[in-house]
Design a protein around this ligand. Sequence first.
Ligand code: DP6
Length: 355
Amino acid sequence: PTYEKTSTSPVNIAVIKYWGKRDTALILPTNSSLSVTLSQEHLRSKTTIRASPDFEKTRLWLNGVEETDLTKNKRLQNCLRETRRLREEHEKKLCKEIGTENVVPLSKYNVHICSENNFPTAAGLASSASGFACLVYTLAQLYELPVSTTELSKIARQGSGSACRSLFGGFVAWEMGSQVDGSDSQAIQIAPKDYWPELEALICVVSDAKKGTSSTEGMQNTFTTSPLLQHRIKHVVPERMKSMTEAILKRDFQQFAEITMRDSNQFHAVCLDTFPPIFYLNDVSRAIIRVITEYNTCSESGKLKAAYTFDAGPNAVIYTLRENVPEIINIIAKFFPGDVENGKEYFTDPYQLFS
Ligand code: DP6
């Protein structure tokens, strides 16, 4: 017999960035973070997991390519070990309740995992976040684990930190926690998706090439070399978490947009403060920042109408309210008409529209 489950998970884009670990094995962060989970319509991971007593070993396929030697994949092993442990506990309980002969010993079977993204991997588009969230969620479904999503978030966190936030929709905080075993480093939902339905995210794919410095490596270098990161952790993020939560609960786009842009800027500043420095933004990314800044400055109401944010790559995510979407798409299309990958002209003076 074979037991099988399939599920999909969305991408999340942080508005207060996670950058730095106090424990690299357990993936415990040096600051709390907050993100918006995007709809699964365009960007998502999809995972199918099968378990069978006939499988000789556990195997993994990522976008159709098998990853050999899974023993080296510590993050995958963490997620498998933790979900199996919960399944074992569950089986023990079930055996007592309904009799051993009625319980399938899934925790003892090897699994075959097949996972795919419908967007470029490792281009700073949070593929590890949706990928590990999907892995853990699908395992929990397969194993019929009687645990809360927050409990599962602590397992997904051990696959990739940002993955813990993708288990929830809407607005999600990853509370850094203070315990050394990570038992309080978990994700919680601040508000569901339909709490603020007018909020939209536009993704500008500047480049889908694999990034130079991975988040994992980059943040560790920042942690060990950047004095600015220490300032951020102690004196900036705690206040920002509060104001951002408040902005979301009040649906206050001004406050939301300002903190989002400031936090993206500071994240890239700590990258620059890393020694040797890390550059994730390129000329196109910086031009997008100028265009959005100018768009906000020229707005008739004098209010911020859009907020940019960038993760560990050059791609921009622009948060805005639904009414502004057509205008912003037009502006972006006007300034960035070409196809960068094909080497065509892509850069026009971003100030020309506003002068
Ligand atoms: C810039 O979650 O990819 O996107 O925990 O080492 O897997 P690991 O790192 P990862 O880092 C994400 C960094 C970020 C900011 C964020 O999503 O909060």
